[in-house]
Design a protein around this ligand. Structure first.
Ligand code: SAM
Length: 230
């Protein structure tokens, strides 16, 4: 059975999706999508041999080899022009790695009109990259499963820009949509992060050579968090 996290990710794909799932591991997500939607097709990309093998085995087991192509390669290298992919999914990695994969493979995104990105940490890095590259963040989700909190970011070519100049840095950190409609999971995540950050600030202030610039940035971020936790 597919995790609730990946079901949430899958639900952002349109019917008849032609998508690439980068870092597909067992190819659980493309198998789920293509077994529920007979008009969907997918490329499952994996950089590691072990996960690549299990992805291929799983696709065959589901009888989906005709509609899911599993390829071994780094990031978006596995995508070819002829694939004409419309959507990209990258889930279950850090935001820094997701950003790296997107920027390394930028030329493969020409045909893509939707990206569904699920960073385990550092969602801010992904939001900033999307904004810089002119992708519009159109939806966000925050959810909890098995004690982990996940964020899902949806970016489209078209839509409206959720950022406001005066509070943009705060929105990059906390998520413009997640901020607008704060859920219990949002409070839980940021309460924990705020407590962690305030401990880090205390420790940094006690250091021999305190990095004041960094401390001030962290203090600013802590204020953003606390403002939203009242
Ligand atoms: N996407 C699945 C999910 O959300 O459950 C699997 C997540 S798993 C933690 C991350 C996967 O990404 C691993 O199977 C790893 O081999 C793969 N991976 C890491 N870096 C990659 C890269 N640069 N290109 C393709 N796959 C990568």
């Amino acid at each position: 059975k597919l995790s609730k996290r990946l079901i949430d990710v899958a639900n952002f794909l349109p019917t008849g999706a032609t998508f690439a799932d980068i870092g597909s591991d067992h190819a659980y997500l493309p198998c789920y999508v293509c077994s529920h939607d007979p008009t969907a097709t997918a490329i499952a990309g994996e950089v590691n041999q072990g996960p690549f093998d299990s992805a291929q085995a799983n696709v065959r087991l589901h009888g989906l080899a005709g509609r899911i192509t599993v390829r071994l390669g780094d990031g978006l290298d596995v995508v070819r022009e002829a694939d004409d992919i419309q959507q990209v999914v990258i889930a279950g990695m850090g935001g820094g790695l997701i950003k790296q994969i997107l920027s390394d493979g930028k030329d493969k995104l020409d045909t893509v009109n939707r990206m569904i990105l699920q960073p385990n940490v550092d969602a801010r890095k992904v939001r900033i990259w999307l904004h810089q590259e002119g992708f519009l963040l159109t939806e966000e989700r925050i959810m909890e499963e098995n004690g982990h909190i996940y964020e899902i970011l949806v970016a489209d070519r078209e839509g409206s820009d959720p950022y406001k100049d005066e509070i943009m840095d705060k929105q990059f950190l906390l998520g413009p949509y997640l901020l607008k409609d704060k859920s219990p999971v949002f409070y839980k995540k940021w309460r924990k992060e705020a407590d962690k950050l305030s401990l880090i600030i205390t420790q940094m202030e006690q250091a021999n050579n305190p990095d004041l610039k960094r401390i001030n940035q962290f203090k600013r971020e802590l204020i953003w968090m606390e403002e939203e936790l009242v």
